[in-house]
Design a protein around this ligand. Structure first.
Ligand code: PLP
Length: 379
């Protein structure tokens, strides 16, 4: 079976993790700060706070921006459930903004309309979480302009977009957001096995996230709220979590980061080949904006007889995937009363979408098999 994604682990990655296993620190050593510094430098952001998943990173980001009971958080339905769950962990309410079915990303017109009506009836969200679907940045200039006008803070869920560019800079520079979140799950662009990271240019937000990641405890004397009991002093100042990344994961991340450009180049090359080979067929790849360059976490097609195409690919030894079941369709979320009819762009997209295999180790011959199967779709 040819699957939609697969991690790529080198001998250098294995050596980097082995070296940590033989060292004095398995966690809370030098690797995590080194990985944070490397990702921050690569993205041109002031601060990076690594955590044990993007899910926990999103939770930390929501808490730092004040999500809690009585506040609202908006995201898109075309995402992994974690983009919505992070707000529910804080006791906030979640609502969704529709997507543009042509890109899979947040629809700026839908956002503008929703913000106007929320401003009119006093139900503005505190936080908006746009998701850079498949590795292509949302229209962050427009989203930031709209959100700022209404005092709405922004967390970019860039779980798919490590290595992507937007508006002449790297995704992760937080030019148009308060915090950007990356995922390093094995299906994503680079991996730490499990892991995530928050980027921010705001000193206070970064310090809050770093504290909450480790039980809400600080050991920094400049932050103490009372006179130290002695040289051992530390203070728990908030209810935090154990959301720390460990040194094995960070060492893997540092090693993988060295191949980020290679991974993204290979993904873009495979995507360009799909684009060219599928151009004459009755299928529509996601529209790519000229404002940036996708990292191509996913290669998604829209096609009229999607279910038949799915079965056809399966029969040819190719396992397609579907990104995503709209969050409001999951029973847990559906119980909160969302109406699919409120999200026509998402519903249309969901009826037609299919994700093709795309990962650095996908061989030219395997890709040719996928293309041949698509050229031979049942009428
Ligand atoms: C993978 C993913 C997450 C969660 O990432 P984890 O690191 O597995 O917690 C969140 N949002 C999106 C859009 C994702 O694709």
């Amino acid at each position: 079976m040819i699957h939609y994604g697969r991690h790529d682990i080198s001998e250098a990655d294995i050596a980097a993790v082995s070296a940590v296993l033989r060292s004095d620190f398995l966690t809370q050593g030098a690797q995590v700060p080194a990985f944070e510094a490397a990702v921050a430098a690569r993205c041109g952001a002031r601060h990076a706070v690594a955590s044990n998943s993007a899910t926990s990173a999103l939770h930390l980001a929501c808490l730092a921006l004040g999500a809690g009971p009585g506040t609202r958080v908006w995201t898109v339905p075309n995402t992994f459930v974690a983009s919505a769950n992070c707000a529910l962990y804080c006791g906030a309410e979640v609502d969704f903004v529709d997507i543009d079915p042509a890109t899979g990303n947040l629809c700026v017109d839908a956002l503008a309309a929703r913000l106007d009506s929320a401003a009119a009836d006093g139900t503005l969200p505190r936080i908006l979480i746009p998701v850079h679907f498949g590795g292509q940045s949302c229209d962050m200039r427009a989203i930031h302009a709209l959100a700022s006008r209404h005092g709405v803070r922004i967390i970019e869920d860039a779980s798919h977009a490590v290595g992507a560019e937007y508006d002449g800079g790297p995704v992760g520079d937080c030019r148009y957001s308060d915090i950007t979140v990356f995922s390093f799950h094995p299906v994503k662009i680079i991996t730490t096995a499990e892991g995530g990271l928050c980027l921010s240019n705001d000193d206070g937000l970064a310090a809050t996230m770093a504290r909450l990641r480790s039980h809400g405890i600080t050991k920094d004397a400049t932050e103490f709220q009372r006179a130290p009991d002695g040289p051992w002093h530390n203070e728990q100042q908030a209810l935090g979590f154990n959301y720390r990344m460990n040194d094995l994961e960070a060492a893997l991340g540092l090693s993988q980061l060295q191949r980020l450009d290679e991974f993204v180049d290979r993904r873009r090359k495979l995507a360009a080949r799909y684009d060219a080979a599928l151009a004459g067929l009755p299928v529509t790849p996601l529209r790519q904006s000229a404002d940036g360059r996708s990292s191509y976490h996913l290669y998604v097609l829209r096609l009229p007889r999607r279910d038949a195409a799915w079965a056809h690919l399966q029969a040819r030894g190719i396992a397609p995937a579907l990104h995503y079941i709209p969050v409001y369709r999951h029973p847990y979320h559906a119980a909160r009363g969302y109406q699919p009819a409120d999200y026509p762009g998402t519903e249309q997209y969901y009826a037609e979408a299919l994700t093709l295999p795309l990962y650095p180790g996908l061989s030219d011959a395997q890709q040719a098999e996928v293309i041949a199967a698509l050229a031979d779709l049942p009428a």
